[in-house]
Design a protein around this ligand. Structure first.
Ligand SMILES: Cc1cc2nc3c(=O)[nH]c(=O)nc-3n(C[C@H](O)[C@H](O)[C@H](O)COP(=O)(O)O)c2cc1C
Length: 205
C-alpha cells in the first residue's frame, strides 16, 4: 500500500462475451494493482452489463446509465478488450459507443481522465487492438497511459478457469493499475502528469 489519495476512483471496462474471458481476467488483475495503490475500484464487465446495440434514438437502458455514471465519476479508467480480427471486439466498441451520452456532461466525454489499455490476443499482434483504443481515447479527450499491456498468446497466460499462470504478465498488469492511479492522482491534484517515475520501468514492451 502507499499514500496515494484514497478518493481516486478507477473504473475497469472490458472483458468479452465468453463465459471465461482472458480480457476480463487481465482487467481484474490491473484493478487489483490500482486497489493496492490506494484507489477505489469499480469493475464494469461487458458480459454482465448485457448492453443493447447503441442506437442514437434509443432511450438508454439502466445498465448504460449506470456505466456512464461510473465512468463520469472516475478519475482513471482501465480498458481491456480481446483482439478480434486485428482490432477491438464489437462488444467493446459498442460499450464505448454508448459513451456518446457523456458528450452532454460537464466536463464532456473523458476530458481529464487517465486511461490504461490492455488487450488479450490469440497471437502476438495485440498491440493493434491497443492502438485502436488509443485513437478512441484521444477522440473522447482522454489521456492514454504510455505503459500498455497487449497480452500475447493469452491462452498460455491464463488457465481454463481464467486464472493467471504467467507471473510476468501478472506483474505487468498490476503495474498498469498502479500507474493509472499514480497518473490520475497527479492529474487530479496538479492538472498534469510527470511520467519520469513510470511504474512500468521494469516492463519491457
Ligand atoms: C471472432 C474472433 C476473432 C479473433 N481474432 C483474432 C486476431 O485477429 N488475432 C489474434 O491474435 N487473436 C484473435 N482471436 C483470438 C482472441 O483474441 C483470443 O482468444 C482472446 O484471448 C479472447 O479474449 P477473451 O478470452 O477475453 O474472450 C480472435 C477470436 C475471435 C473469437
Amino acid at each position: 500500500m502507499n499514500s496515494i489519495d484514497s478518493s481516486i476512483r478507477v473504473v475497469g471496462l472490458g472483458g468479452s462475451l465468453s463465459k471465461v474471458s482472458t480480457s476480463l481476467a487481465a482487467l481484474k488483475l490491473a484493478l487489483q494493482g490500482a486497489s493496492d495503490a490506494g484507489a477505489k475500484t469499480i469493475l464494469l464487465d461487458i458480459r454482465s452489463l448485457d448492453l443493447s446495440i447503441y442506437a442514437p434514438d434509443l432511450d438508454p437502458p439502466a445498465t448504460v446509465i449506470q456505466m456512464c455514471d461510473e465512468i463520469y465519476h472516475a478519475n482513471g479508467l482501465i480498458w481491456s478488450s480481446p483482439m478480434y480480427h486485428g482490432t477491438i471486439s464489437g462488444s467493446f466498441k459498442n460499450a464505448v459507443d454508448w459513451l456518446q451520452l457523456l458528450g452532454e456532461r460537464d466536463p464532456p466525454y473523458l476530458k481529464d481522465k487517465i486511461v490504461g489499455m490492455i488487450s488479450t490476443a490469440g497471437g502476438v499482434q495485440g498491440l493493434q487492438a491497443v492502438n485502436t483504443m488509443e485513437f478512441i481515447v484521444r477522440a473522447l479527450r482522454g489521456w492514454a497511459v504510455p505503459l500498455v499491456i497487449p497480452v500475447a498468446r493469452a491462452t498460455q497466460a491464463f488457465d481454463e478457469a481464467g486464472r493467471v499462470t504467467d507471473r510476468t504478465i501478472e506483474d505487468q498488469l498490476r503495474s498498469l493499475g498502479r500507474e493509472v492511479v499514480r497518473a490520475s492522482e497527479q492529474f487530479n491534484s496538479h492538472g498534469y502528469c510527470d511520467y519520469s517515475a513510470e511504474a512500468g520501468a521494469n516492463t519491457e514492451q
